[in-house]
Design a protein around this ligand. Structure first.
Ligand SMILES: *Cc1c(COP(=O)(O)O)cnc(C)c1O
Length: 339
């Protein structure tokens, strides 16, 4: 059996999800007729403390629809330079939303109120209008880092004082909530909209949620249709999403413990450079002596899968489908290659 540490997106739906999918009541969701999708959307909105929510095929579409709905063409969107929306969404902000991006250099995914204040445009005739601030928590490219919560609140406050809405790319926002040991609403109450993924650590096969106020979600629904994301009997997917939200959130704590165990083990290996204190949630980044891609290939041959991010850097992600036993086994195999 392979131990797949490439991403939490590799999680397969649980038996309970598959059963719920088989039995889901469905209808045509483009007409708003799918009772299971409606139930998921209500549950999701309630979970994150927003008026309404929308079920989408992917987190990428959720983010893109959010930006299209908040900002007009030609407006400027402030985000951190390593943000998923900027880095990994195929230039969608330019192509789909037609906005200009204003990436700011961050520290582990975090930008400061002063940076945001300084980046919001004035009303000089030459300048684009600032349409949106996007934040990310937990932060993917910063290795699953969480924002200091007080700073998060301040940055949102700074944007709002300037009359600019805030969208949270919260693909893994429940991992952040578990880290803070607070209800997720303590994060989401500060933002105007939030996207989160059902298909990562929460194990649903497909789908993400965008939540916000009712008017925003009504407009987002139209933009989802524009992108071809209007789905029909999507209740079979939403049924798994309901199980994800009801049953899979609290167990994320196990993924965080496994990530810490992996980090502690890796930190002792001779050819690894890693700061175990930087591991806050379910993602572990480490630097290796030697060619990361070759090392990843070597480990693949021994049954452990992970991703090389650049020539010296490897990423591993813990999730539901790797047990503590798998982690110990993976460490032994990695030791053969990295010690
Ligand atoms: C995975 C991820 C997304 C996109 O989700 P997909 O469902 O893969 O499109 C967006 N933002 C962050 C931070 C992510 O980690």
């Amino acid at each position: 059996m392979l131990i797949d540490l490439r991403s939490d997106t590799v999680t397969r739906p649980t038996l309970e999800m598959r059963r719920a999918m088989a039995e889901a009541e469905v209808g045509d969701d483009v007409y708003g007729d799918d009772p299971t999708v409606n139930r998921l959307q209500e549950l999701a909105a309630e979970k994150v403390g927003k008026e309404a929510a929308l079920f989408l095929p992917s987190g990428t579409m959720g983010n893109q629809v959010a930006v299209m709905t908040h900002a007009r063409r030609g407006e400027e969107v402030i985000l951190e330079a390593e943000a998923h929306i900027f880095y990994y969404e195929v230039g969608g902000l330019a192509v789909l939303a037609g906005v200009q991006t204003r990436p700011l250099p961050g520290e582990r995914g975090v930008i400061t109120p002063a940076q945001v204040r300084g980046a919001v445009r004035g009303d000089d005739i030459h300048l684009p209008r600032t349409g949106l601030v996007c934040l990310e928590n937990t932060h993917n490219r910063a290795g699953g880092a969480v924002w200091p919560l007080e700073l998060f609140r301040e940055v949102c406050g700074t944007a709002h004082e300037a009359g600019v809405p805030v969208h949270l790319d919260g693909a893994r926002v429940f991992n952040a909530a578990i880290y803070y040991d607070l209800p997720v609403t303590e994060i989401t109450r500060h933002v105007d909209s939030v996207m989160f993924c059902l298909s990562k650590g929460l194990c649903a096969p497909v789908g993400s949620i965008l939540a916000g106020d009712a008017d925003f979600i009504a407009r987002a629904r139209k933009n989802r249709k524009l992108l071809g994301g209007g789905m029909r009997q999507a209740g079979v997917l939403a049924a798994a999403g309901i199980v994800a939200l009801e049953k899979m959130v609290d167990r994320l704590v196990e993924d965080h413990e496994n990530a810490r165990r992996l980090a502690a083990g890796l930190a002792e290996m001779r050819k690894v450079r890693l700061d175990p204190d930087a591991v806050q949630t379910n993602i572990v980044y480490f630097d290796v002596e030697g060619d990361a891609r070759r090392i990843v290939e070597e480990l693949r041959g021994r049954g452990v899968l992970m991703n090389a991010l650049d020539p010296a850097r490897i990423r591993v992600v813990t999730h539901h489908d790797v047990s503590r036993g798998d982690i110990e086994r993976a460490l032994e195999i990695m030791k053969e290659v990295l010690d």
